[in-house]
Write a protein that binds this ligand. Structure first.
Ligand SMILES: Cc1ncc(C[n+]2csc(CCOP(=O)(O)OP(=O)(O)O)c2C)c(N)n1
Length: 295
């Protein structure tokens, strides 16, 4: 790693696809990116007057690690056939994905201000009409099934791209997730990595109180997944887990990323009340001060 920006140095052929030599920014630069992303997420939700800050703020480091360090993708050509795919199964956390895609260059950052406005491409839940988005999501629990299908298709066509899928811990209470959890190991889909944003809080309260998912790592392991547990706000740990995924053969990988809902803003952290509510202008100001931005 080195330098402040992702560097794409060359293109070479690797196992049937063109692979870019991607240089990850150093960890300090990644942390600064996370701080900026949190600001942009909060600003766009405030501007819209509605949206989901809690589960967007918890996913920031995961998305940065994928899009700025690990995934092979071309913002100037979102349909590049051999790109790695990302499926945001928890589609209500669209601000986190939209900010990530805009900062990669998929569309102009000014467009973030149109979030949830009539006529905007950036609707409240992740939508396929946005450059870089692979699947419309928002109706929870469907993403991993589609990700499996894409990964199986890649295997059948002998194309070596990877598929990543982000799930919420409330989301995995749904039955369809467990059908998908059975399918990927059955087909030995070692080209798929599911990541759990394990922030412990769903829409109406703590996951453990509503329908607990523990022991979550053992459950996925028993279904046949290679499981890695990380601090989902620690870039070194996330990147090491994603490196590990690339070495595992014959089975899919499941990363349990322990996160904090509303991460970075004290009055939002761990609070179900901030699952789907926009801050006022005053609350935005307080949040930005906490993130180290001047008023
Ligand atoms: C099928 C379906 N049922 C219910 C909802 C309403 N809903 C939106 S977000 C949410 C809670 C999700 O919790 P979690 O997966 O933990 O998300 P996070 O905390 O990461 O935001 C619910 C129930 C939905 N979007 N889709």
């Amino acid at each position: 790693m080195g330098g402040g920006e992702t560097q794409v140095r060359s293109i070479e052929t690797y196992k049937g696809r063109h692979v870019m030599e991607r240089k990850c920014p150093d960890v300090d630069s990644l942390k600064e990116k996370a701080r900026q992303f949190r600001k942009e997420i909060l600003e766009m939700i405030t501007e819209a007057g509605s949206g989901h800050p809690g589960g967007s703020l918890s996913a920031v480091e995961i998305l940065i690690s994928l899009y700025f360090c690990k995934m092979q993708h071309k913002p100037e050509n979102p349909a590049w056939p051999v790109r790695d795919r990302f499926i945001m199964s928890k589609g209500h956390a669209s601000p986190a994905l939209y900010v990530t895609l805009a900062n990669c260059g998929y569309f102009p950052k000014e467009e973030l201000r149109t979030f949830r406005k009539l006529g905007s491409r950036l609707q409240g839940h992740v939508h396929i009409g946005v450059p870089g988005v692979e699947l419309s999501t928002g109706s929870l629990a469907q993403g991993l099934s589609v990700a499996n299908g894409i990964a199986l298709g890649a295997k059948l066509r002998k194309v070596s791209f990877r598929v990543y899928c982000l799930l919420g811990d409330g989301e995995i209470q749904e039955g369809q997730v467990w059908e998908a959890a059975m399918m990927a190991p059955h087909h030995r889909l070692d080209n798929i990595c599911a990541i759990l944003d394990y922030n412990g809080v769903q829409e109406n309260g703590p996951v453990a109180a509503i329908k607990g998912v523990e022991p979550v790592a053992d459950k996925w392991r028993s279904f046949g997944w290679h499981v890695v547990e990380v601090d989902g706000h620690n870039f070194e740990e996330i990147l090491a887990a994603l490196d590990e995924f690339e070495t595992v053969k014959g089975k899919p990988t499941f990363v349990v990323a322990r996160t904090i809902k509303g991460k970075g803003v004290s009055f939002m952290e761990g609070q179900a009340a901030w699952h789907g509510k926009a801050p006022s202008r005053e609350q935005l100001g307080k949040a930005l001060l906490e993130l180290g931005f001047k008023a």
